[in-house]
Design a protein around this ligand. Sequence first.
Ligand SMILES: C[S@@+](CC[C@H](N)C(=O)[O-])C[C@H]1O[C@@H](n2cnc3c(N)ncnc32)[C@H](O)[C@@H]1O
Length: 234
Amino acid sequence: MDPRIDALLRGQQEYYDARAAEYDEWWTRQGRYARGAEVDAQWFREQAVLYAALDQLDLSGHVLELACGTGNWTLPLSHRAARLTAVDGSLEMLRLNRARVLSDRVTYVQADLFAWEPAEAYDAAVFCFWLSHVPEERLDPFLAKVRRAVRPGGAVFFADSSPDPLGTSTDQPLSDGDGTVMTRRLNDGRQFRIVKRYDEPRTLTERFAACGLELEIRRTGRFFIFGAGRSTTS
Ligand SMILES: C[S@@+](CC[C@H](N)C(=O)[O-])C[C@H]1O[C@@H](n2cnc3c(N)ncnc32)[C@H](O)[C@@H]1O
């Protein structure tokens, strides 16, 4: 393992822990993330496409959500799953999520996803706005982990960012140069370096398939990429 990557990933987790209280400003286009009525309306239309794609999947059994954050996906998942296990590395994210979702069907787990191993084969797995934070060299091991976490034929869904400058805040570029790391700022000015990568749908489709995950991966238009499908049965 590369110690520089480990340090970057620790900093990335610290960033999300520190950002937890202001995290939803991005999803709801508040403050530094507001980009004007027209652009924000498109953002919300494309968000609706993501939620509609999630609605198409069978999420009826024990569902696993990785990097659950403040609950933007935990909430709808909690209405559909018989049971939901939601994993995140940040205690503050988990606290906000629990307070928002208020469901006794959800079990929360604090864990580093690069070290975490599934304790069982779930009926479905969902991970939103997480894949782009996985370094290239950890992508295949992560996808193999998802494969181990989902029973054969179980549903898999992810959503993530497309590389559009209007998708992030007004005061940060998409990346620091090599297209894989970016500097993020909090409202109080603190800065963190994190992984942020934008894989093409075709590349991702092949990487998923090589790990036994058959997903159809598409863009919503401008802001998002998403994939929906199944863990293979063989
Ligand atoms: C971009 S947020 C996505 C949150 C949520 N899925 C959503 O779409 O709103 C990324 C999440 O990954 C979590 N995270 C970052 N590094 C992690 C790690 N190594 N292990 C587990 N969770 C991690 C953060 O705490 C944060 O909640």
